[in-house]
Design a protein around this ligand. Structure first.
Ligand code: AMP
Length: 139
């Protein structure tokens, strides 16, 4: 699948549109999902351009998983999440809506994921409050 460098996550990586950032390193960025399926729903993306896991380099996949661990641990510590659900959609056929590889990191249980995928925009001020707790727990 060819990569469209005008997708929304590529624009976030270039700083052309804002995000509520949780963590960044040389290879990855983690930020709040603006249409969360549960409180604290975060996304981890590689800086490498790839649409799905099948085009992503091994090194970038490894870097993403390291960041997922950081974020998941911070969600457990900062939000008191007892569990963390990971979700990762590959291609439109799977329901992927943003064509830049990402891993959903969602605090809580699969049983709590009652909100539909990518539908309800959250209040940015509330998202920031939740993000602050995750960021504080990263320290
Ligand atoms: P997927 O359908 O797996 O590609 O998931 C894309 C996710 O990106 C959805 O959960 C959306 O809510 C989320 N999303 C879309 N636009 C933005 C944005 N500008 N900032 C943060 N999250 C976004």
């Amino acid at each position: 699948m060819s990569y469209d460098s005008n997708n929304i996550f590529a624009k976030i990586l270039r700083g052309e549109i804002p995000c509520i950032k949780l963590y960044e390193d040389a290879h990855t960025l983690a930020f709040m999902d603006i249409m969360p399926q549960a409180e604290g729903h975060a996304l981890v993306i590689p800086k490498e351009p790839a649409v799905t896991l099948f085009e992503l380099s091994d090194a970038a996949a490894q870097a993403c998983l390291a960041t997922v661990r950081k974020i998941g641990n911070a969600q457990k510590k900062g939000l008191g999440a007892e569990g963390v659900v990971l979700m990762q959609l590959n291609g439109e056929g799977a329901g992927q809506t943003v064509p830049h590889f990402h891993i959903h990191v969602i605090p809580g249980s699969i049983a709590d994921l009652r909100k539909p995928h990518a539908t309800h925009m959250a209040d940015p001020a509330h998202l920031k409050t939740v993000a602050d707790k995750i960021v504080a727990a990263l320290a």
